[in-house]
Design a binder for this molecule. Structure first.
Ligand code: DC
Length: 228
């Protein structure tokens, strides 16, 4: 009998900002002993580089050049996640700044800059044994992934989680400001012309609004169990 189960697995997890993709993806990768990449980190790195070099966001050719010039590095951590290095530098917490998130959302909508980053991600996906989390993993980066998950949660639930997360880190958090930022980011990510945020036709949609992290992990693992 032919064994149809793939020897390596690629798991695509997509969804809106703050829906829990990273926490879920990292936990699932750890359970299977495979790598985890939060692909938004790469757009955040580009956003940070553009901000730091004083490049005008509207100067598309300068942003594209900045994207092409980046030398990427990936280091697997003990928690299974791939640490992203930009020109040999790890940016750490700087990448989580709201300002960097906004810049990432803007640069990711510039087609040719996006294409440079996407190619790197396609290559990583092809190597397999990886959970990749982002906005276009199931639709564009790993369209052949045997497991495609699309997480959703209402904006209010996501804003509450973000407030809790910031408070736990001892930072100030304004619920209304965070909610507005989530809504505008969703809109920009969903309405851009290149790789807009949408589920792949064969993605399994999970609404996490009323689920605990463990419940979501369980549901994703159920899907993995069907094919691997
Ligand atoms: O997931 P994140 O918040 O770290 O992503 C930052 C930005 O990068 C997000 O606003 C949209 C963009 N992004 C993208 O366009 N495609 C991806 N695969 C991941 C992120």
């Amino acid at each position: 009998m032919t064994n149809l189960r793939p020897s390596k697995i690629t798991i695509a997890i997509d969804g809106t900002a703050g829906v829990g993709k990273s926490s879920v993806g990292k936990a699932v990768a750890l359970k299977y002993g495979i790598s985890f990449l939060s692909t938004g980190q790469m757009y955040r790195c580009l956003g940070w580089k553009v901000l730091k070099s004083g490049i005008n966001m509207d100067d598309e050719s300068a942003v594209i050049k900045a994207a092409k010039d980046i030398v990427w590095g990936f280091e697997r951590q003990s928690d299974s996640s791939l640490k992203v290095l930009v020109d040999g530098q790890y940016l750490g917490d700087k990448l989580q700044l709201e300002e960097v998130g906004r810049a990432a959302s803007k640069v990711s909508a510039i087609g040719p800059a996006r294409a440079v980053i996407m190619q790197k991600q396609i290559d990583l996906g092809r190597e397999g044994n990886i959970v990749m989390e982002g906005r276009d993993i199931g639709t564009a980066i790993c369209p052949d992934a045997p497991v495609k998950i699309y997480l959703i949660a209402n904006a209010e639930a996501r804003a509450q989680r973000r407030v809790k997360q910031l408070q736990e880190q001892g930072e100030k958090a304004d619920y209304d400001e965070i909610l507005a930022s989530i809504i505008s980011r969703d809109e920009r990510d969903s309405n851009r012309s290149c790789s807009p945020l949408k589920p792949a036709p064969d993605a399994v949609i999970i609404d996490t609004s009323a689920l605990s992290l463990d419940e979501v992990i369980e549901k994703v693992m159920e899907e993995v169990g069907k094919v691997w």
